[in-house]
Design a protein around this ligand. Structure first.
Ligand SMILES: [Zn+2]
Length: 266
């Protein structure tokens, strides 16, 4: 399938779960609605099954790319055969990263030791494959930073759904990561995040919906979808005092740069 040689999209949703069952009945319409608005999508796996679907969606749609990996919730399932399948999936066309991987000490659905091991093994896989990573971090910052520092500065990628303050933002930026900003930026309680976003350089921000979750205001409570990424870009534009088109264009360029979306595919 022919891909553009450089990004010709208006806006990129850098983190969606298009495989989710929330899209079971109207997935094609949701995808068509985002393309009609010039929105490209990175669809992110959370386990082997969703990673397989992500690869399939990316192979069928010009403006969709896939990220494959196992979420910390399912870290206990990351064994040798799972890693082998991930390695195979990662070699398929239009697969641009490993994720979402990381740690989640809020829900603790896998033992923390298993989470740390699965995270380390998938980081190693990403490094071997020269792919960026998409990192999930919930109430696990100390251990997450410890692991990232241990493996050194050879990784790049995005801290998905960044929710911290400017000091934590700068820590991740210093490690070379970009920050994924989504719907929570529009939620009333998140002044700390808004203050951070005012100061994070625009060339280090990626916009994301995390759909079907984290729906931005005014659709909060309904299902999220890639088309609502415009509301996230709008919120960033207001905080930074720039146009929404500038936020759209620059975050799309950042996403292209991090994930090499326009590299020649085999
Ligand atoms: Zn996600």
């Amino acid at each position: 399938m022919n891909r553009p040689s450089r990004i010709d999209l208006r806006l990129i949703d850098s983190h969606a779960h298009l495989d989710d069952r929330a899209f079971h009945d109207d997935r094609a319409a949701v995808i068509a609605a985002s393309f009609a608005r010039g929105i490209g999508v990175l669809t992110v796996g959370v386990d082997l099954a969703s990673s397989r679907v992500a690869v399939k969606l990316a192979s069928r749609h010009r403006n969709i790319w896939a990220v494959v990996g196992v979420h910390p919730h399912d870290a206990k399932d990351v064994d040798r055969s799972a890693l082998l399948e991930l390695e195979n999936l990662a070699q398929r066309s239009h697969v641009v990263g490993i994720g979402e991987i990381g740690l989640d000490y809020y829900r603790d659905l896998s033992p923390r030791s298993a989470q740390r091991r699965a995270f380390g093994e998938q980081l190693a896989l990403a490094r071997r494959m020269h792919l960026p990573v998409v990192i999930h971090n919930r109430e696990s910052t100390v251990d997450l930073l410890g692991i990232l520092r241990e493996v050194g500065s050879s990784h790049h990628g995005v801290i998905h759904s960044f929710l911290g303050d400017i000091s934590l933002a700068e820590t991740f930026l210093d490690l070379g990561f970009h920050l994924g900003v989504g719907g929570p930026l529009t939620y009333n309680k998140n002044d700390i995040l808004r203050n951070a976003v005012r100061r994070i350089p625009l060339d280090r921000i990626l916009v994301e919906t995390d759909c079907p979750y984290l729906t931005p205001v005014p659709y909060r409570g309904k299902r999220n979808e890639p088309a609502y990424i415009e509301l996230v870009a709008q919120a960033i534009a207001e905080l930074k005092g720039v146009s929404v088109e500038e936020v759209a264009r620059r975050t799309a360029e950042n996403t292209d740069q991090v994930f090499a979306l326009t590299r020649p595919t085999p």
